[in-house]
Design a protein around this ligand. Structure first.
Ligand code: MV4
Length: 454
């Protein structure tokens, strides 16, 4: 039985995990960097151990120090949250070999899904639609260009070790292909120490729609519906919602089945996400799997009423999922806005500093997951997300109106945030009509005067 959990993360997700543990009667150990001494997760956990300097590489990425802290404090399990070590197969393996449960999938599943070409081949064999392209990594430029011609331009070149948009290049013809191919390889080699790439047909202006999966250690695999994450900028999501305004009941059913097939093919266990691209005609293609809890998980929690962090802990404890697919009801509409300490008027440059007044919205259908408070100093060493506003109600119109209302109540002084930008998006006819694709943000920024989101 898991009685004590080390939380190998910081910020709002560390707080989120503390809260789930409290409700389950599980003790928590926070680990923190020297920049996070004043952090709420440190104050709210039962115990806390400092694991190093402010840089992630000196603290939250130090598997050795985290496992030492786990052994000193005698924890039963480690929750990695998202980012940092959450999709590090070696870390999961180290936990397993130290007899500490890793709250996530088995290291083999992380490894397999971490190689995007292997992931694609695996789910394709299981009958899940994938984007036409090379069969696995390409071996040479001449092979690559042949494949590009065969599938037809434009094509996209992706790093097998990539994901989340890093190391991707688009090529429109034979002439630019060679250059893009080599720059994708170089970037991938530098970023991941693995230059292998694969080729896909480029889908124009797709929607990014992902399915939440829960799978227990007894072979039960369920989906908890989708999240539409099309509103993103430079591969950073800004808004996520469920259900997707684009999906029909028929398409949702097909994609849900495909998502379960994909997770089953990976022998997946714990919470995970199957990412699809959906084109304007409603064709959908698996692109990758995220083997962690995601930032946007609360959207699914509010739609289904299922606490995903608690389910992760129960699954890691070897318990069976106590519900079946038919028991999962999708009764609400939820929208999440990421509140970042950034200045949208200045190309989203980070705006760290000290928060003066902090007042979070509340009321019917409003949830705020945030580690911020009045007087909190935002460290400059980590990502700029300081909170998430999740608003939900019986339908999309209610969720939209509630989001606008809550954003208007949300007061964060002393720094720039994405709050005014979200208000402008909630008032934008394209977004309101549910027409946003992955091309939405670039277009919105071009056609919207700066003063409307500052
Ligand atoms: C694509 C694509 C179009 N065609 N693959 C972006 C993140 C990563 N998970 C996969 N991504 C994409 N893959 C094919 N075959 C479009 C994206 C994509 C994207 C690409 C370029 C610029 C912005 C983008 C935003 C979302 C998705």
């Amino acid at each position: 039985m898991i009685q004590k959990i080390l939380i190998a993360n910081r910020g709002e997700i560390a707080l989120r995990i503390v809260r789930a543990c409290r409700e389950l009667g599980i003790k928590t150990l926070a680990v923190y960097s020297e920049a996070d001494v004043q952090s709420l997760h440190v104050q709210l956990a039962d115990e806390a151990i400092c694991i190093g300097g402010p840089k992630s590489a000196d603290s939250y990425l130090r598997a050795d120090r985290i496992i030492s802290a786990a052994e000193i404090a005698d924890v039963d399990a480690i929750h990695p949250g998202y980012g940092f070590l959450s999709e590090n197969a070696k870390f999961a393996e180290q936990c397993e070999s130290c007899n500490i449960r890793f709250i996530g999938p088995k290291s083999n599943s992380i490894k397999m899904m971490g190689d995007k070409a292997v992931a694609k081949a695996t789910v394709r064999k299981a009958g899940v639609p994938t984007v036409p392209g090379s069969d696995g990594p390409v071996q040479s430029e001449s092979e690559a260009v042949k494949i590009a011609r065969k599938i037809g331009y434009p094509v996209i070149i992706k790093a097998v070790a990539g994901g989340g948009g890093r190391g991707m290049r688009i090529a429109h013809n034979d002439v630019t292909f060679a250059k893009e191919y080599h720059s994708a390889r170089n970037e991938a080699e530098k970023a991941f120490g693995n230059g292998d790439v694969y080729i896909e047909k480029y889908i124009d202006k797709p929607r990014h729609i992902e399915f939440q999966i829960l799978a227990d250690s007894h072979g039960k695999v369920l989906h908890l519906g989708e999240r539409d994450c099309s509103v993103q900028r430079r591969h950073q999501k800004l808004i996520e919602e469920s259900p997707s305004p684009f999906l029909t009941p028929d398409l949702r059913k097909k994609m849900g089945k495909a998502a379960i097939r994909a997770a089953s093919a990976a022998n997946y266990e714990n919470a995970g996400t199957i990412e699809f691209l959906v084109d304007a005609k409603g064709n959908f293609y698996f692109i990758e799997m995220n083997t962690r809890i995601q930032v946007e998980h609360p959207v699914t929690e509010e739609v289904t009423g299922i606490d995903l962090i608690k389910q992760q802990i129960r699954i890691a404890n070897g318990e069976k999922l106590e519900f079946d697919q038919g028991d999962i009801k999708f009764e609400k509409h939820a929208i999440e806005c990421r509140i970042n300490a950034e200045d949208p008027a200045r190309n989203f440059i980070p705006s760290p500093g000290t928060i003066g007044l902090y007042y979070a919205p509340g009321g019917h259908g409003v949830r705020v997951d945030s580690h911020a408070y009045s007087g909190y100093q935002i460290p400059s060493h980590y990502d700029s997300m300081i909170g998430k506003l999740i608003c939900y109600g019986r339908d999309r119109k209610t969720a939209l109106e509630r989001t606008y209302r809550a954003l208007s109540e949300y007061l964060i002084r002393g720094i720039k945030t994405t709050i005014p930008l979200h208000k402008a998006i909630m008032s934008d006819p394209v977004f309101i009509e549910g027409k946003a694709t992955t091309a939405y943000m670039e277009d919105f920024m071009k056609r919207t005067p700066t003063d409307l989101f500052t």
